[in-house]
Write a protein that binds this ligand. Structure first.
Ligand code: DAH
Length: 341
């Protein structure tokens, strides 16, 4: 009997089970009425009296050990079950996903567009992959104009026609004029591409908003008023504008527009390089050649156009010093504009 007790003790020391059913089997095997330990208890009755004391206590220890081991197995299995259940607690509130915010260029673009919308402009868009005619020829660029040069323009194909990434949104003017007769009053936002080395001040892609108004009797005074209202709404009611004569192939006369520097209020500072003015756009009266090329009679209609960089306006408004920040998607930079949305 002593041998039997030792053998069962050894078995109990190495007891193992991975399912509740297996634990129950072990309980039946050792502790049930027909189990091995009960059998030993029955045998115990016929043990000689002088051995009863020693064997009795060993048998008790055995029974305690079996009870302890089996309940420990039960506990560890049910603890495991609890843990795996908590991983898929469907009643828990979901972890919130933080909302993103708008990109600063989108914020500024939307603001620009809504200012022009309030003055009666509608939005027109065109393709980024263009042909030479829409980007250059229709806009009165001579065949040897340097903008066509490989240095400036990304060409995609050169035969049978030049296919290229548009270098400005003025191509959308052409796209609208060739299909629509005046009155036309549009703003055209979009991405443009130029073959430039990337630096803090230049990038190979950026964004523009183009404006075009064509009707009977449109004059330079109309252009000036619209741009003044735009500048005041965008940069504050105290903003002054200044138009300087300039040259673009598609406008005649052409001008560049400056606004008074809002850092020094026009007195002159490092930002405006001491001049009190910062340049924000190009503009002019649409060249009659352009109207004619697009099927609009310049004897009946006249119009103005303007074009500006969204990055430039954003830099002026938010004083961003490095253009590359706009396309790096560093969330620390992007979150600086959370309050502006
Ligand atoms: N397309 C010019 C550029 O990319 C900007 C521009 C200047 C657009 C004068 C115009 C304009 O419509 O009249 O630099």
């Amino acid at each position: 009997m002593l041998e039997k007790i030792k053998a069962i003790t050894a078995e109990l020391e190495n007891l193992n089970a991975t399912t509740p059913e297996a634990v129950e089997q072990l309980r039946i095997k050792y502790l049930s009425k027909k189990g091995e330990i009960s059998a030993l208890m029955t045998d115990f009755r016929s043990v000689p009296a002088e051995m009863k004391r020693e064997l009795g206590s060993k048998l008790n220890d055995l029974k305690n050990l079996a009870t302890e081991k089996i309940s420990a197995l039960k506990d560890s299995l049910s603890a495991q079950a609890d843990n795996s259940a908590s991983d898929i607690d469907l009643t828990r509130t979901a972890t919130p996903i933080p909302f993103g915010t708008r990109h600063p260029l989108s914020l500024v673009k939307n603001e620009m567009l809504s200012i022009f919308a309030s003055m009666g402009f509608t939005i027109a868009e065109g393709p980024e992959i263009e042909d030479d005619w829409h980007v250059f020829s229709s806009l009165n660029f001579p065949a040897d104009h340097p903008a066509r040069d490989m240095q400036d323009t990304f060409f995609i194909a050169r035969n049978p026609v030049d296919v290229l990434l548009r270098t400005h949104t003025s191509s959308v003017q052409t796209r609208v004029m060739e299909k629509t007769q005046p009155p036309i009053r549009i703003v055209c936002p979009g991405r443009v591409y130029r073959n430039e080395a990337i630096s803090a001040r230049a990038h190979c892609f950026f964004h523009q908003v183009e404006g075009l108004y064509i009707d009977k009797n449109v004059s330079f005074a109309d252009l000036k008023q619209v741009l003044l209202q735009f500048a005041r709404q965008m940069f504050g009611p105290e903003t002054k504008i200044r138009l300087r004569p300039s040259y673009f192939p598609f406008t005649e006369p052409s001008a560049e527009m400056d606004i008074s520097c809002d850092i020094c209020g026009g007195k002159g500072c490092a930002f405006c390089k001491g001049t009190g003015w910062v340049e924000i756009l190009g503009c002019g009266m649409v060249d009659p050649n352009v109207l004619r090329e697009c099927g609009i009679d310049p004897e009946i209609y006249s119009g103005y156009a303007f074009g500006m960089g969204i990055e430039r306006i954003t830099n002026l408004k938010y004083k961003v010093k490095d253009l590359r920040l706009f396309s790096e998607n560093d969330v620390r930079f992007l979150h600086e504009f959370d309050a502006a949305k």
